[in-house]
Design a binder for this molecule. Sequence first.
Ligand code: ADP
Ligand code: MG
Length: 474
Amino acid sequence: MVKSEISVWEDCLEFIKNQVGDQPFKTWFEPIKPLALRETTLTIQVPSQFFYEYLEEHYVHVLRQCILHQLGPEGKLEYSVIVDSGSVQNQPYMVTLPNQNQSGNKWDKKANRQPEMVNPFAMPSLDEGSRYSNLNPNYSFDNYIEGDCNRLARSAGIAVAEKPGITSFNPLMIYGGVGLGKTHLVQAIGNTVTAQSEKNFVLYVSSEKFTTQFTDAIKNNSIQSFTNYYLQVDTLIIDDVQFFAGKEKTQEMFFHIFNHLHQNGKQIIMSSDRAPRDLKGLQDRLLSRFKWGLTADLQMPDFETRMAIIMRKMQSDGIYIPDDVVEYLAYSVDTNVRELEGVLISLIAHATLNKTDINLELAKQTLKNIVHDIESEVGIDYIQKTVGEYFQISVDQLKDKTRKKEIVIARQVAMYLCKEYTNHSLKSIGYHFGGRDHSTVIHAVQSVSDMMDIDRKFSESIDELKKKMKMKLV
Ligand code: ADP
Ligand code: MG
């Protein structure tokens, strides 16, 4: 019977599972994909260089044993590493594991191409002929977790990356709040295009940088080379276009470049921290261009997606975190992905410094240092704002005399939370709600407690609001 790479690898996994613990198996072996079996050489794909090195350090013997068992003494294992850092192009390169006779030594890495070190944040030079993309190779689709929050944007991004300039998503405009993954997504598009075609000149630039380059060009009398440089781009990625607001001359220049590239079938990708209709200070003619293609938004990932993001990060760093901690973090940090990553990094740092395992206790402690102390930090303003947002009414309405039922309820909830979470007296709370007296506050607190007892849905809403109080992050 002819064996396939899949069946050979499955048999290897069976063997490995019995040799290593449950958790290491999950962390280090489940993510591996068998790619090919040529004669007695099995090629497997590992997610990162770090991953490969870790396997080399810790599991070489197990791997050798199972290859010997499966493929005989001539058996070889080849790694295909998804290059995760330092490489301009995101193409896998191969590392060959020598056969058993050469055991004992560290393996030679026969990389087809040595990764070039680049500074991803360097300024692109404006010399014509220079084709420096300014992309950070760490941003890929592979490590951009999909969820309801980003499905449209992500799949449009993939479509554009596969056929830049050809789909109707031109320009592609991605918008979303801070830390939700705009830069990651637009750079993933750029990296994919670059990996597919070296000929396609991809340029990533923030609109701030574009503005600086443009003003410098005016100062130095070099507008012509500025324009020429941009007109040779095949895929132009402009990050954070909201910075163009109010900069008339820069917008004009961008408008010119935009039109030229678009007419010539070049791809334009933009990001913004708000929806195009809210981009104040941008000329209408520019805004109308943005609408030619597709506009897609990014939202805060939901709980499950946050879990997936944490697990993915852990895996690429080769770190194991118990499930209950992953859940706890995903539950607790619901502001944005950057913040979530920040908490993870602190957690890892704490564990490393204290030489302890990462467990729930440590996670709670770490988070406590980051989260405001609720009693002392949550103020009446914050509660009013949060409750207002939750019930979609304004803070003014919470304070005024309206007796509309939904406003009365929201007002009572806000008073109740003020009583729970601040040290203000009943009198002071009443004062902050349009000068009401303390008996109104007592009545509000009582009504909310009563309603929580009889109305489960209402009680869940209060729990959700309480969670927001607790998770008020720095
Ligand atoms: P923005 O540009 O919107 O402010 P970034 O693209 O800089 O946000 O994202 C912040 C951090 O969160 C980055 O490290 C990014 O890799 C990470 N991130 C955001 N969204 C995701 C996602 N869906 N999957 C994995 N990582 C993500
Ligand atoms: Mg960004």
